[in-house]
Design a protein around this ligand. Structure first.
Ligand SMILES: [Zn+2]
Length: 125
């Protein structure tokens, strides 16, 4: 089975029109590694999304920060949200994120809240 690049639907074929959205199943030929990882942040397979979030942080992929922030705030599950937040903090540091972290420390699910609080207190997470 192959995941559609455009809508994440499962298809039997690796290339050609998606059975659901009719866009090409395959990713664009010039897709960068970072863009592929950003795509995986919204993957229906949560393990893949978590791994993508972690990898973007390890790569210090600054161009992925907007997508990581969206994943941290609105991600499909709390594990993706937590890992995306760790990576944003790892890439840009806690100081420039203070206002956002203060909001997450109040409104986010418990595990994301704890990471935001630790970062605000200068502890590693
Ligand atoms: Zn599709």
């Amino acid at each position: 089975m192959f995941w559609c690049f455009h809508c994440y639907a499962l298809n039997d074929q690796p290339r050609g029109p998606c059975v659901v959205c009719h866009q090409p199943v395959e990713p664009p030929d010039d897709l960068s590694r970072t863009d592929g990882l950003v795509w995986a942040l919204r993957h229906p397979d949560g393990d893949r999304a978590v791994t993508a979030a972690k990898t973007l942080g390890m790569l210090h992929a600054r161009e992925a920060v907007p997508a990581l922030r969206v994943a941290a705030e609105f991600g499909p599950d709390i594990y993706v949200r937590a890992e995306a937040l760790r990576s944003v903090i790892r890439i840009v540091g806690a100081s420039p994120l203070r206002t956002w972290l203060e909001a997450l420390a109040v409104t986010a699910p418990f595990n994301v809240r704890d990471i935001a609080r630790s970062a605000l207190e200068g502890r590693s997470c």
